[in-house]
Design a protein around this ligand. Structure first.
Ligand code: PGA
Length: 258
């Protein structure tokens, strides 16, 4: 598999207006031009159309932040996989902790992954513990999330699945702190073992693992230096074209990493 780094911008419920979204997208476009990483921008649903139109061969991939678990039908307020495809989306973030907090279970995430894969959209599946105590409860928690979120996903499909490790305590403006490279490395190696065991493959299938939580231009290199990290999921810093541009720029020296 081509292991280009994956740098994903999660705009969450920002910005407020289409005009601001257009401005942010064109700013990001300018900053990341020529990058060797795969850059994915995930705007809110209402701005997918205008960002898609503005995305003319600049090497940026479009992604959504959520998707309906059903392929079609009477589901008020939901957005379907075909609608995302039609907007040009190639990626979808699934099971973000902010969606799990609204009641999205790993079983729902598993169903959504299946639907995304069926329509050739790459799911970026978020997992991560709420907190860390003295025992190893966080490992068991993430193991369960990974096993249940991948329920029913066949082994040959795994190379098209991205796992994002996002510990909740490291996310957003209330973050305690970013995770340390040691914590991230330990958890991603652990997740790889969980997947290898689940699929009884001996070694982890070839798939991408990214880290998310308080990523900034200042800490990008420390995260991308971790051999098992294939990219980053960026929240707040993706709302500032110059900050996000710096993150993508810092990734340049890691692009040849296999
Ligand atoms: P943050 O958010 O970079 O603002 O911490 C990351 C995320 O929630 O995906």
């Amino acid at each position: 598999m081509n292991k280009k780094l994956l740098i994903i911008a999660n705009w969450k419920m920002n910005p407020d207006t289409e005009a601001e979204a257009k401005k942010l997208f064109s700013g990001i476009k300018k900053k990341v031009r020529g990058s060797s990483s795969m850059v994915v921008v995930c705007p809110p649903f209402p701005f997918l159309s205008s960002t898609s139109k503005a995305n003319t061969g600049d090497g940026i991939f479009l992604g959504a932040q959520n998707m309906a678990e059903e392929e079609r039908g009477s589901y008020t307020g939901e957005v379907s996989v075909s609608q995302l495809r039609d907007m040009g989306c190639r990626f979808v973030i699934l099971g973000h902790s902010e969606r799990r907090a609204l009641g999205e279970t790993s079983a729902i995430v598993a169903k959504k992954i299946g639907v995304a894969l069926k329509h050739s959209i790459t799911p970026v599946v978020c997992v991560g513990e709420r907190g860390r105590g003295d025992n190893e409860g966080h490992l068991a928690f993430v193991r369960d999330q990974v096993e249940q979120s991948l329920l029913g996903i066949p082994l040959p499909a795994l190379p098209s699945v991205v796992i994002a490790y996002e510990p909740l305590w490291a996310i957003g403006k209330d973050a305690q702190r970013e995770a340390t490279p040691e914590e991230i490395e330990e958890m991603i190696i652990f997740i790889k073992k969980v997947i290898a065991k689940k699929y009884d493959t001996g070694k982890t299938p070839d798939m991408r693992f990214v880290y998310g939580g308080s990523v900034s231009p200042e800490n990008t290199e420390s995260f991308l230096s971790i051999p098992v990290v294939d990219g980053l999921l960026v929240g707040r810093a993706s709302l500032d074209a110059s900050q996000f541009g710096k993150i993508v720029h810092s990734a340049e020296k890691f692009v040849s990493k296999e």
